[in-house]
Design a protein around this ligand. Structure first.
Ligand SMILES: Cc1cc2nc3c(=O)[nH]c(=O)nc-3n(C[C@H](O)[C@H](O)[C@H](O)COP(=O)(O)OP(=O)(O)OC[C@H]3O[C@@H](n4cnc5c(N)ncnc54)[C@H](O)[C@@H]3O)c2cc1C
Length: 506
């Protein structure tokens, strides 16, 4: 870390100490549409997240002459969809695990060219924990990141503008046995395969709800796992009422058909309108019980059956990463699953901060690419002090409109079973970090009068551990019968005390 960077990072620490904790900026930056003035000959943009959205924005802005700092916690660019095998594995045919490989290679090659030309600095292995406006009083944003896999050091970079392209993460609702070794998220199983070239086990059940389950089941089967069951809690017929939306998205229908064909080819038994009610095992998952659901999302008694497996890959949809936007004071829509609110240019309501991709709502890689392109064009124009021309991104805007509509329909069709909470027995651990059971949460509500998630947390410690509620909030809220609301986490990552203590004045 440079001396000046240390000094600036120290500002954060001093503010924390002075205020006794993190607080939002006293006043939001101006929200008018005036271009943000920049320092130096070339305007700079910090992009947090090198997935499809961040890459598209970084490349588009760099094409227009913006100097880009592209930060990502992963060692390689690509995000979740284009996740690459770890370099030391020397994968010979990584494309075997991917769809849309051609799009990825174009992004990869453009990134390499910009890096080579010095227009983009790809700062890998940077876990951004805090972004602040008016950093050090200099009219710039300060982006603070923990370094490397160990996350023991910190670095701060500054920029005229920030794009938050931090993507999403999986929602998993609790059920008895979900905390057994061998139970992992569907995306986690996918990440092991794409990033580590390993199978999570020999015999897998893929279960839950949502479009992510299909590529995961197909990918595991293609890689040699015995997929003993693919258990989806909704029914394809639920999509029929969205026929017009489906007709407008033939590429998505074709994609689903390709996955379905793969499942058929690998003889994966597909069970719809069923759910996993329990995972069994002592030291490791050995079997799961699945049961049929009625049309109201209730388990139909007597339909339970046991399936042997050593892996359960489970997911109940996706959630947007909103932490950095929240701490910057950006508007968040938290009526349902929270997401960052943006306008037609992908601007947040905080001047100088844009957001794109799944941080602004779950919608897949193609939508993330379109939003990233729009953001990149808007940022380049505004940093240059000119009014952006929507005609420049007309095609991306059409893609965005179409896919947002499509994923709104997906969201409705793939809702978790309405009565999933009824399967959560009292002894089910609902907060894994703090080992809080459903009984403790129910007691907090029923006997101690808690009516919101924050009070449940204070009474039970649910959500106070390492994940700070990212994994368990939806489950705990469901068991408590309250809404999730905004988490208001001060930092996007747990920050080691050593990092804060090493700052000037520590
Ligand atoms: C685990 C998982 C697996 C998925 N698998 C598939 C699949 O197989 N098929 C499919 O169609 N869709 C899949 N999806 C959905 C798909 O990945 C997304 O639709 C798409 O990648 C969204 O692009 P994005 O750029 O918005 O976000 P992402 O691709 O998620 O990229 C966000 C990037 O931001 C980085 N990041 C986040 N927070 C920080 C931070 N604080 N500091 C630094 N970096 C940060 C992440 O490391 C990541 O590289 C998956 C999603 C997840 C979460």
């Amino acid at each position: 870390m440079t001396d000046s960077a240390e000094g600036r990072a120290g500002d954060v620490v001093r503010r924390l100490r002075a205020g006794g904790g993190w607080s939002r900026p006293a006043a939001k930056p101006p929200t008018d549409t005036a271009p943000r003035p920049h320092r130096g000959a070339v305007a700079s943009l910090a992009v947090v997240g090198a997935g499809p959205a961040g890459l598209a924005a970084a490349l588009t802005a760099a094409d227009q002459g913006v100097r880009v700092l592209l930060l990502d916690s992963d060692a390689q660019a690509g995000g979740q969809f284009y996740r690459q095998p770890a370099a030391p594995l020397r994968a010979r045919r990584p494309q075997a695990l991917h769809h849309a490989w051609g799009t990825w290679t174009k992004l990869r090659d453009r990134l390499a060219a910009h890096v080579e030309a010095g227009r983009i600095s790809h700062l890998a292995d940077r876990h951004v924990w805090f972004v602040e406006w008016e950093f050090g009083g200099g009219g710039l944003f300060g982006v603070h990141a923990l370094l490397g896999p160990a996350q023991t050091g910190s670095e701060t970079v500054t920029a005229d503008a920030v794009l938050l392209a931090t993507g999403g993460y999986e929602k998993v609702l609790p059920f008895p046995g979900w905390n057994l070794p061998g139970v992992l998220t569907a995306g986690g199983a996918q990440a092991m395969l794409k990033g580590g070239l390993v199978l999570p086990g020999r015999t897998a059940v893929v279960a839950g709800t949502g479009p992510l389950l299909m590529p995961v089941a197909a990918g595991l089967a293609a890689a040699g796992a015995d997929v003993a069951a693919y258990v989806e809690s909704t029914h394809p017929a639920d999509f029929v009422r969205h026929a017009a939306t489906l007709a407008a998205n033939p590429a998505k229908v074709a994609e689903a058909a390709r996955y379905a064909a793969q499942l058929l080819r690998h003889k994966v038994p597909v069970t719809v309108r069923h759910t996993v009610v329990a995972a069994h095992g002592t030291d490791h998952v050995e079997a799961v019980t699945v049961a049929a659901l009625d049309t109201h999302g209730r388990v139909r008694p007597g339909t339970e059956r046991r399936i042997a497996c050593d892996t359960l890959a489970v997911g109940h949809g996706m959630l947007a990463h909103t932490d950095l936007a929240e701490s910057l004071g950006c508007a968040i829509d938290a009526d349902g699953d929270a997401f960052v609110v943006t306008d037609a240019e992908q601007r947040t309501d905080v001047d100088g901060v844009w957001a794109a991709g799944e941080a602004t709502g779950i919608g897949g890689a193609v939508l993330a690419l379109a939003e990233g392109e729009i953001a990149g064009r808007s940022i380049a124009a505004r940093l240059a002090g000119v009014e952006p021309r929507p005609a420049d991104w007309a095609s991306a805007a059409r893609t965005r409109t179409r896919l947002r509509k499509f994923f709104a329909a997906v969201d409705v069709a793939y809702a978790p079973p309405a009565h999933w909470v009824e399967q959560v027995t009292d002894d089910t651990v609902v907060c894994r970090c703090e080992e809080v059971t459903a009984a403790e949460v129910r007691e907090a509500v029923g006997e101690l009068g808690a009516t919101d998630l924050r009070t449940v947390k204070l009474l039970t410690r649910a959500g106070m551990g390492w994940c700070q509620g990212r994994v368990c909030a939806a489950g705990v809220a469901g068991v408590a019968g309250c809404s999730v609301g905004l988490a208001k986490r001060p930092f996007a990552r747990p920050v080691p005390l050593g990092v804060l203590a090493e700052e000037p004045g520590g």
